[in-house]
Ligand binder design. Structure first.
Ligand SMILES: [Fe+2]
Length: 345
C-alpha cells in the first residue's frame, strides 16, 4: 500500500480504532516512561466471552500447490478452537488452487474435510480456479470436490444459483441473536449472478448479509473500478477477458450491494501488494457496509497460514477484527491487522 493510501486507510479507520487505541494506551500508561509509546508493542485484543467468530481463510492457492500442510493446519486450528472462540462460520474467498488441477483441488478438499460436520464453511472460486488457472472461461473442477451435495445436509446451507454447482451459493445462520445471510459469489460475478443475488437479498431482507467474492476491494481501500481506474488497479477482473463478462467491485456496489438495506459486510481476497484494505460505505438506506480485503499469499510459504478472525461481541455494537497465524502461534497487531468496528446490530 502506498504511503498516501495507507494514510487514507488509517484515517478511515480512526472512528473505529477507539477500542484498539485504548488498549494501546492502557499498555503504555503503565510502561517505563522512557519508552516512546509509538514503539510499544500492541497486545492482541482479548477474546470477550459471549462473542461469536467468523474465520476467513484467504487465498490458499500457494498451499494447494506447494504447502498443503498449511491448509490442514488452518482447518485443524478452526476445529480445535471452535468452542473456545464460538466459531460460527469459515469463509474461503477464492483461489483455492493455482492451476485448477485435480491434485490441488484434492489437497484443499482433504483439508476442508476436517470441518465437515464440525464448522460450516462457504467457498467461492477465484480466477485461478477457472480454466487453466487463467480465468479465460468459467470451466472449473471445483464441483468435483466441493459439489453442493457436500453442503446440502448442513442446516445452514441455503442453496445454489445453478443446480449441481457451488460457484454461487448462500448460507443462513443465527448468531448473537441475529439472523445472518452469507452470499458467496463467483469470480467477477456476471449480470445474471447479480440478479440472482438480488433476489436472495430481497427474500432474506431481515437477515444481515455478508457478501463474499474473490475480487472486490483493492489494496488502496477503494473498490475495483475499471471504468475510472483501469489497469492502475492491478489484476482487475476486467483484465482477464473472462468469457461471459464480469462485474468489478464498483459495479457490484452500484448494481447490488448499495440497493439493499441489509447489506452489512463484504470480504474478498485476490489483491497482491500488502493484501489488506478496509472501507466503510453507506448503502442507500444509510446503513454502513464494512468492506474488507484480506489476502496473505505474498507472505512466506504462500501465506504462512495467516487467518483473519472477525469477532462479534455480545454488546451487539463491537466487532473485533484480528489476524492470527496458527503456524507461528501469534497475532499481528498493526493498524490494518487488528482494529475495532463500532456498529449497531
Ligand atoms: Fe486471484
Amino acid at each position: 500500500m502506498k504511503k498516501t493510501n495507507r494514510r487514507q486507510f488509517i484515517a478511515g479507520m480512526t472512528a473505529t480504532l477507539a477500542l484498539a487505541k485504548s488498549n494501546l494506551s492502557a499498555q503504555t500508561s503503565g510502561a517505563d516512561k522512557k519508552e516512546k509509546p509509538a514503539e510499544a508493542p500492541k497486545k492482541p485484543l482479548p477474546f470477550v466471552p459471549g462473542s461469536w467468530t467468523l474465520v476467513v481463510l484467504p487465498d490458499i492457492q500457494g498451499y494447494s500447490t506447494f504447502f498443503p500442510g498449511l491448509t490442514n493446519l488452518q482447518t485443524q486450528w478452526v476445529a480445535d478452537n471452535k468452542d473456545k472462540y464460538n466459531i460460527a462460520y469459515v469463509l474461503q474467498n477464492g483461489d483455492v488452487t493455482n492451476h485448477n488441477i485435480e491434485l490441488e483441488w484434492d489437497r484443499a478438499s482433504k483439508a476442508f474435510s476436517k470441518l465437515d460436520g464440525v464448522v460450516p464453511y462457504a467457498i467461492v472460486p477465484g480466477n485461478h480456479d477457472y480454466c487453466q488457472g487463467n480465468a479465460k472461461d468459467r470451466t472449473t473442477l471445483m464441483n468435483n470436490n466441493f459439489s453442493p451435495d457436500r453442503f446440502a445436509k448442513w442446516p445452514t446451507f441455503g442453496g445454489v444459483m445453478d443446480e449441481g454447482r457451488i460457484e454461487n451459493s448462500y448460507h443462513l445462520f443465527k448468531a448473537g441473536g441475529q439472523d445472518w445471510l452469507i452470499l458467496a459469489l463467483e469470480w467477477g460475478p456476471r449480470d445474471k449472478t447479480l440478479k440472482w443475488a438480488d433476489q436472495i437479498l430481497t427474500k432474506y431482507h431481515k437477515h444481515k448479509a455478508i457478501i463474499m467474492t474473490h475480487a472486490y476491494l483493492y489494496s488502496d481501500s477503494t473498490r475495483y473500478d475499471w471504468e475510472a481506474k483501469g489497469y492502475s488497479q492491478g489484476a482487475s477482473p476486467h483484465g482477464y477477458g473472462t468469457e461471459g463478462g464480469v462485474n468489478d467491485g464498483e459495479e457490484m456496489w452500484n448494481k447490488l450491494i448499495k440497493k439493499h438495506a441489509n447489506t452489512f459486510m463484504t470480504i474478498n481476497g485476490h489483491v497482491l501488494n500488502d493484501g489488506l484494505g478496509f472501507l466503510e460505505s453507506k448503502n442507500d438506506f444509510g446503513n454502513s457496509v464494512y468492506q474488507m480485503l484480506v489476502n496473505f499469499q505474498m507472505r512466506p510459504l504462500g501465506g504462512t497460514s495467516w487467518l483473519r478472525l472477525i469477532e462479534f461481541l455480545p454488546d451487539k455494537k463491537t466487532i473485533q477484527v484480528k489476524t492470527y497465524c496458527p503456524l507461528k502461534e501469534e497475532y499481528e497487531t498493526g493498524p490494518e491487522s487488528q482494529f475495532v468496528i463500532q456498529t449497531q446490530l
